[in-house]
Design a protein around this ligand. Structure first.
Ligand SMILES: [Cu+2]
Length: 121
């Protein structure tokens, strides 16, 4: 085989390898989708666990009245309209236990309406 064909073969192999690496990196980590219901006076599930760096999408449905979703440690805050699904995206960059809570007064036990996001290393 001539030198020219060797060069073409090596360039093709290098290009294929590069494209595979780029495709793998741009695909990224799989998003974890968690469906959450919000109703007087609880979030369900009230405990969500994921790994640090793992993208998370919360699909939160308020079932009765207007609620709020506040996760202060990750600067996340959303109003939750009754009957609607509100999507919240975050990728935790730190490990620990973080409290999320309803921050829209929804009744007598509003202050009990909270949950915990556990982020593992
Ligand atoms: Cu509330």
């Amino acid at each position: 085989m001539s030198n020219r064909w060797w060069i073409i073969a090596i360039c093709s192999l290098t290009l294929t390898t590069l494209l595979c690496v780029i495709a793998t990196r741009t695909k990224g980590a799989t998003e974890l989708v968690v469906h959450v219901t919000a109703k007087k006076f609880e979030f369900s599930p009230a405990e969500i666990t994921l790994k640090k760096g793992e993208p998370l999408i919360l699909e939160i449905q308020a079932e009765d009245v207007k609620h709020g979703f506040s996760l202060v440690d990750f600067k996340v805050r959303q109003d939750l309209k009754p009957g609607a699904v509100t999507r919240v995206r975050l990728t935790p960059d730190k490990a620990g236990k973080f409290t999320f809570a309803c921050d829209v007064f929804c009744g007598s036990r509003h202050e009990d309406m909270s949950g915990v996001l556990t982020v593992t290393e």
